[in-house]
Every structure is written in C-alpha cells, then in structure tokens.
Design a protein around this ligand. Structure first.
Ligand SMILES: Cc1ncc(COP(=O)(O)O)c(C=O)c1O
Length: 381
C-alpha cells in the first residue's frame, strides 16, 4: 500500500491527543520568526549582523563553496577548520579545541565519549537539555544535585563512590536563570576529590573575563577544568561550538564522539566567520562592558518598578510568572507592543516557574529599556 493511502489512524489519534493536551495546558509551541525589538535572542554582542563577519563569510563562500561534502573524518576536512580551532584554543588558553556543528552535538559528544558505565556524574538540576540528553545516552550513574548548591554537592561527592571516574557537569552562566555556578568552589572541590570538571560556557563565552573567554577565565580556574563547551551561536554570533581542553582529550573526541564523526562537516565559510568574530571579541572589549552595563541598568529599573527578579548582574534576566498561561499572555502583550520577549515554559523550566526570559544585546539603549519596563509594568497589571 502506498504511504498516501495509509491512514496511520492509531498513530494519528495518539498525536492529536498529545497535541490537544499540550494546547489545554498552555504548552503547545508555535514557530514565530523575530518581530519587534530583540529582547529574546542570544545575540548578546550583536555580532550576528556585524558587517566584517558577514563580508568575510560571504567571501569565503565564494572561494570555497557552500557545503563541505562529507564528515571531517572523510573528505569534509578543511585547513580552515584546523586554523580556527587553533585560534580558539589559544583564545581559551587550552592546548587544543574541536569544533562541532552545534552546542547540542558538542555536549552529547563530550558526555558520551568520556563517561563510562563505572563512572559517576554529578549534574546540576538546571543543566541544559543537551547535557541531560548526553547523560541519558551515557551509561554512567547520574546524581542530580540541587541548583548551584555547593553544600549538597560536597556531601554527595564525599559520600558517593564509584569504580571509575567522577565527573561534575555544570553550566557556568545558567541559560534560563541568568545566575552563575560557584565555579571557584567547584574547582577546589573537584581537585580535592579527583573529579573531572566539565563546564558549558554557552552564555558566558564572549562576555565574561578580561579577554571575554568566559567565566572560567573570570574565576581563574582554567587549570582545574577538564573540558569546556563553548557554543558559537550566541555571543559569537555564528553557530556551532568549540570544545576546549587538553590534546589527548580532543584527540579522543575525534576518535569517539559520534555526533562529530557521523555528521557532515559545517560549511567551510563558517571558519572565516568565527575567526572574524573571535578577532572582534579580542579587539573590542567595550562591547562586553556595554552589555553588562545595560544589564545592570535594566535590573535596577525593574527592581525600582517593583518587578521581581532574582539577584545577579548578568545579561539574562528571568521574570518568573508561575503559570504557563500568564507567561504566554504577558509575552504576547509585550510582542503586540513591539518587544520581542518570549515565554519560557516547562519542560525548559520546572513546572510552576514559567517565565519571561529577557536577554539583552548591545543594540538596546536606556531609552528602549525604560520604555520596555513601563510597558512590562502595565501589562503585568
Ligand atoms: C547552556 C547551553 N548549552 C548548550 C546549548 C546548545 O547550543 P546550540 O544552540 O549551539 O546547539 C544551549 C543552547 O541554548 C545552551 O543554552
């Protein structure tokens, strides 16, 4: 029977049932392109539309074509990838780096490559889905510890034993809460307990530290970190992710990370865009300063207007509203007023903590932020 003649009635019924349940609980997702003033992207340094990056990428497309035609382990390898990886490793202060097609694939690749059945991994409760999925695919024993809770983690690390290696996996700046992991304390604890520390710098790379390489640099714990994952589609304004660490670990990833091996290499022109982006981050520290300055400005303004936000100073500011409906309705009203703010709902965040995730970028100024705060206050009622 041809596929067009098949009805898949049971499957269709099941899917409709699930879609209707999502609709009823205010969790049905829809794909909406950007509209209005950007208060929701991760384009923190506004590099996604930087003229030099666009120009260099366009020139590279003209020179080397669109696709890379195969996995990097086959005919997809290019000199440009190795060069930008070398540049990234020196930027991050590590021996070596490897570029993956996305942060999601990098996290899956790292975790499934290094964590074995005899190992024990401690993972923050609010870690990103890509880290969680990596843990699910790995055969290691998992212990989820309360968010950024050093005391609980310490007790667990001292109590729990394993035959293999212990790992600690955390984001440095959390994507949905905008708060920082106590990296300095984690590094000390990991050293004392011979635990390998893996840090996802998705929302810190390009922004924190004197050279903009992230919170590992800012907290000066580079020597205690096993590997960092540095997605390049956020502050770097391009896409993909660099995993940075020692030579032997990066070499092992090339041999074993299935999300690296069994995937077509990125378009070669990506390397030119990334190289330009890293150069701009290096040469223009004022961008990251400006971002953190407007973050402090908006945070103070929100507090002054009695809009409750968690303590902190990062460019990610959650306004927790509770129910899915309330978060979606308020986001919609802000969008109608010209502000592109999105509601974040479960399973991205815990049930009952649906929120607006305000994320800033350097195209925003104080006037816009004042207007935004006034509108937010009005629509929150
Ligand atoms: C903490 C964290 N890690 C990893 C990723 C995945 O990165 P990518 O979007 O490049 O797949 C994200 C993306 O939102 C993230 O927030």
């Amino acid at each position: 029977m041809g596929i067009e003649l098949m009805e898949f009635s049971t499957l269709k019924q099941r899917v409709y049932q699930e879609l209707s349940e999502l609709e009823k609980s205010g969790l049905r997702r829809r794909l909406n392109p950007p509209l209005g003033i950007d208060l929701s992207s991760n384009d923190y340094l506004a590099l996604s539309s930087h003229p030099f990056i666009k120009e260099n990428m366009a020139q590279a497309v003209l020179k080397s074509g669109c696709g890379s035609t195969a996995s990097r382990l086959l005919r997809g390898e290019r000199r440009e990838f190795a060069e930008v990886e070398k540049l990234f490793a020196s930027f991050k202060g590590t021996k070596s780096a490897l570029y993956f097609n996305s942060g999601y694939m990098a996290n899956i690749g790292v975790i499934t490559s290094f964590l074995n059945a005899d190992d024990l991994v401690f993972s923050d409760q609010f870690n990103h889905a890509s880290l969680i999925d990596g843990l699910r695919l790995s055969r290691a024993k998992k212990i989820i510890f309360p968010h950024c809770n050093l005391k609980a983690l310490k007790e667990l690390l001292e109590k729990e034993t394993c035959l293999g290696q212990k790992f600690l996996v955390t984001e440095s700046l959390f994507s949905m809460d905008g708060d920082q992991a106590p990296l300095k304390e984690y590094a000390e604890l990991c050293e004392k307990t011979n635990t390998a520390l893996i840090v996802d710098e998705a929302h810190a790379i390009g922004i924190y530290g004197p050279y903009g390489t992230g919170l590992i640099e800012e907290t000066a714990i580079g020597d205690s970190v096993f590997l960092s994952i540095n997605p390049a589609g956020k502050a770097l304004g391009v896409s993909g992710a660099f995993v940075a660490g020692p030579d032997w670990a990066i070499d092992y990833l090339i041999q074993s990370a299935r999300s690296f091996i069994f995937s077509t290499a990125p378009p070669p022109a990506i390397a030119a865009a990334l190289e330009t982006s890293l150069t701009i981050i290096n040469k223009e520290p004022e961008r990251r300063k400006q971002l953190l300055d407007i973050a402090i400005y908006l945070r103070e303004l929100l507090i002054l207007n009695e809009i409750s936000i968690p303590a902190g100073n990062s460019q990610i500011i959650p306004v927790v509203l509770g129910s899915n409906e309330r978060a979606s309705n308020i986001a919609l009203k802000l969008q109608q007023a010209g502000f592109d703010v999105r509601a974040i709902r479960p399973p991205t965040v815990p049930v009952g903590t649906s929120r607006l995730r305000i994320s800033l970028n350097i195209n925003l100024d104080q006037n816009i932020l004042r207007e935004f705060t006034n509108t937010l206050k009005k629509v929150m009622g």
